[in-house]
Write a protein that binds this ligand. Structure first.
Ligand code: UGA
Length: 432
């Protein structure tokens, strides 16, 4: 099929590249002309494993195109995905300005039947607004359908998540729309859940909110483990083996960050409130998440006594491993908090340093993990990159001014760290 993706951000680029892989011809659009010029040369604004190769390859094969023109994309494509950003408006509510603008521009250019698919994460009832907007701006009598097709991919494993989804959710109002969407995703051979548009929209918000709740739940339990002397790793394994609970998203740590959970939780609380339901459970999930980071700062203070003038080496800046995304990254929050207390920060991240340089000041960015810990009073693990799991700890111990490791991601074995002579502090586990 011929497909247009409006919005060449994370979701748009991955969706576009993967739909090409499924045998379609895709045109990706963005209103950022610089971004489009770079993308045409195969230069990506983000790091996502495997994405650059996929895009470069399909640019060469002439199956993937980039453009700044919605008009051109609408003309060439039977399915038009809207994948523009829906940022926090400042009050917690999702800002749908981008979605509305794109919808009206699609409408103006509609000449024959098109499927308009809402891919961006949006609050329930957005589909109804999209329909109204398109109907208002459309010129003449042209048929169209609105579809809600939320995306569940994770940064860092986006291509594999897209190609092997647990389920595909399609919210539709007509059989015609359903048939086209089912045909599009047929090659994935995944379970397809067909619902009405509002349910599909809610599935997305409810899924992200549930996963965030799981993380806050296990983080809250980790606090009890700390006090009681239990081990959060053992507790979450013991819980996760129960199929009704499941093992994933039970890793205690610095709390969730990224461009999705914090924003989507706010937006879900906001739309629920507007509809007349005060989602207090999710308010508490947010509070637990926020307190997890201050809890780690308190642990660092406990170990160092005075933070002022201490050198702290931070490993990891992205909000999680395998991405260069620093949006709502716990690492950035921690660094800023420690700087406020007067600490000097040296940092290293395999991918996120360029982006971190834009939001951080007075940080010494280092070429490798060893340079970042050299001469420091404390090594702080803020992101669980694989690279950090394989460090030479004999060397690290020699380089540190004092052998203190504070691990916000629980990536090391406390016993091993103790044997190596470190004072080792992690989350919800006995220290060494
Ligand atoms: C999340 C969802 O997992 C995707 O399904 C969804 O499509 C996406 O949001 C979105 O709405 O676009 P993402 O934000 O890329 O994906 O990353 P996750 O792997 O979900 O991690 C989110 C945060 O939770 C990270 O800060 C991570 O470190 C943290 N986390 C995750 C934990 O603290 N513990 C865990 O057990 C799992």
């Amino acid at each position: 099929m011929n497909i247009a993706i409006i919005g060449s951000g994370y979701v748009g680029l991955v969706t576009g590249a993967c739909l090409v892989k499924l045998g379609n011809k895709v045109i990706c659009v963005d209103n950022d002309a610089k971004k489009i010029t770079a993308l045409k040369k195969g230069i990506l604004p983000i790091y996502e494993p495997g994405l650059e190769e996929l895009i470069k390859d399909n640019l060469k094969r002439k199956r993937l195109y980039f453009s700044s023109s919605i008009k051109e994309a609408v003309k060439a494509s039977e399915i038009i995905f809207i994948a523009v950003g829906t940022p926090d408006s400042g009050s917690g509510e999702a800002d749908l300005t981008g979605v509305e603008k794109v919808a009206s521009e699609i409408a103006v250019n509609l000449k024959e039947y098109r499927l308009i698919v809402e891919k961006s994460t949006v609050p329930v009832e957005t589909g109804a607004w999209l329909k109204k907007t398109v109907t208002t701006y459309i010129k003449g009598k042209v048929d169209f359908d609105i579809v809600s097709n939320p995306e569940f991919l994770r940064e860092g494993s986006a291509i594999s998540d897209f190609m092997h989804p647990d389920r595909i959710v399609i919210g539709v109002e007509s059989k015609r729309a359903k048939d086209i969407m089912v045909k599009l995703y047929k090659p994935l051979n995944a379970p397809v859940v067909v619902t009405n548009i509002k349910s599909a929209e809610l599935i997305k918000h409810a899924s992200n909110a549930f996963l965030a709740t799981k993380i806050s739940f296990i983080n809250a339990v980790s606090r009890i483990c700390d006090i009681a002397g239990a081990d959060i790793g053992e507790v979450s394994s013991g819980m996760g083996l129960d199929k009704r609970i499941g093992r994933s998203f039970l890793e205690a740590g610095l709390g969730y960050g990224g461009s999705c959970f914090p924003k989507d939780l706010d937006a879900f609380i906001s739309i629920a409130g507007k509809l007349g339901y005060g989602f207090r459970l999710l308010e508490e999930v947010k509070k637990v998440n926020e307190s997890q980071m201050s809890f780690l700062i308190a642990k660092i203070k406990d170990a160092l006594w005075i933070i002022k003038d201490k050198n702290i080496g931070v490993l990891g800046l992205s909000f999680k491993s395998d991405t260069d995304d620093i949006r709502h990254s716990p690492a950035i929050y921690l660094i800023k908090s420690l700087q406020k207390e007067g600490a000097f920060i040296k940092a290293y991240d395999p991918r996120a340093m360029e982006k971190a340089k834009v939001v951080l000041s007075d940080v010494k960015f280092c070429r490798n993990p060893y340079a970042a810990v050299s001469g420091c009073d404390c090594l702080l693990i803020a992101t669980g990159w694989d690279e950090f799991k394989k460090l030479d700890f004999v060397k690290i111990k020699k380089l540190l001014k004092r052998p203190l490791i504070v691990d916000g991601r629980n990536i090391y074995d406390p016993e091993k760290m103790g044997k190596l002579g470190f004072s080792y502090i992690s989350i919800g586990r006995k220290g060494a």
